[in-house]
Design a protein around this ligand. Structure first.
Ligand code: ZN
Length: 154
C-alpha cells in the first residue's frame, strides 16, 4: 500500500472520529445490545430499528452510544452510514464484505462501490490487535439484528 493511500485512509478515519454520523440512542428500536472489546477498552451500546419493506425488512435506524479508540469510533460511524436505509439483505452483504476485508490480513482489495468510507480500514486489517476495534460495532449490529429477527419470527 502506498503511503499516500495510507494517509488518505487515516484522514477518513480521523474525520469520522471527530464527526461521528448517526450518534446517540434513539427510539423506536426492537433490540439493544452492549458489546465490549476488553483488549482495547472500546464499548458500545447499540439499537436496531427494522421496518417492513415491500421486499422484506429494511434497516430504518441504527443508533448508538460508544466510547473507545479512534478506529472503533470511526468504524461505528461508517457502519451506520453503510446500513441505515438499506434493505436488510443488502446491509448483511455489506457486513460480509467488511468482515472479509478485515480478515484479509491486508491482502484483500477493498471494493469502494460496496464499502465506501469502509475502505479506509483496509490498512487496519494488517494489525491483528486493532481488527477487534474495527469490528466491534459491526458485530454489535449483527447481534442486535439477529435478536430483532428472532423476536419477530418467535
Ligand atoms: Zn480500540
Amino acid at each position: 500500500m502506498s503511503s499516500e493511500l495510507d494517509s488518505l485512509y487515516q484522514e477518513i478515519i480521523l474525520d469520522h472520529y471527530k464527526n461521528p454520523h448517526h450518534q446517540g440512542l434513539r427510539d423506536p428500536f426492537e433490540a439493544e445490545v452492549h458489546h465490549v472489546n476488553p483488549t482495547c477498552g472500546d464499548e458500545i451500546t447499540l439499537r436496531v430499528h427494522l421496518v417492513d419493506g415491500a421486499e422484506g425488512p429494511v434497516v430504518q435506524d441504527v443508533s448508538y452510544d460508544s466510547v473507545g479508540c479512534s478506529i472503533s469510533q470511526a468504524s461505528t460511524s461508517v457502519m451506520t452510514d453503510l446500513v441505515i436505509g438499506k434493505p436488510l439483505d443488502e446491509a448483511l452483504s455489506v457486513h460480509e464484505e467488511f468482515l472479509t476485508l478485515m480478515q484479509g490480513k491486508g491482502k484483500v482489495e477493498p471494493d469502494e462501490d460496496v464499502l465506501e468510507d469502509g475502505i479506509a480500514f483496509a490498512g487496519v486489517a494488517k494489525f491483528p490487535a486493532r481488527i477487534k476495534c474495527a469490528l466491534l460495532a459491526w458485530m454489535a449490529w449483527k447481534d442486535a439484528t439477529t435478536q430483532t429477527l428472532e423476536a419477530r419470527d418467535g
